[in-house]
Design a protein around this ligand. Sequence first.
Ligand code: DQA
Length: 152
Amino acid sequence: MSSAHNRVAVLHGVNFDVLERRDPAIYGGHSLSELERQISGFARERGLETIFFQTNSEGEFAEYLHRAPELADAIVINAGAWTHYSRAIADALELTGLPAVEVHLSDVEARQDWRRDSVFDGLVVEKISGKGAAGYADALDTLARRLGVGDG
Ligand code: DQA
């Protein structure tokens, strides 16, 4: 199946390993593995394969992005707080040359001002925020269309 150009790397950054401990009113109260299970289901329904990665280390996140073109055809990225200041992660994402969608569980436009800034502006196909897990389904729709997978 990997020759089908249907592989999506779903990347989570800092503090997503403890997602179930973060404010449930903002983040939904589920764990990262529960979220990843949901995302796998969304992907299967769309004829996509997913691989998942999470780290709290900015350097490891950049190194994973360096390898991403060998592992995946597209990227869903939720870099957490790095979104708002890490030019290093933005440069590493650009280097992949892969189509990417930025997702946030919470509505980053409606919270503190600093969350409105994203280092991925101009690099991603789309930015989705405030839809919880459903935002990942929308991101996969966009990437399926981009990759020419399924009916999209
Ligand atoms: C987040 C939003 C970021 O502002 C925050 O730092 C996170 C999570 C989200 O999914 O809503 O860690 O990316």
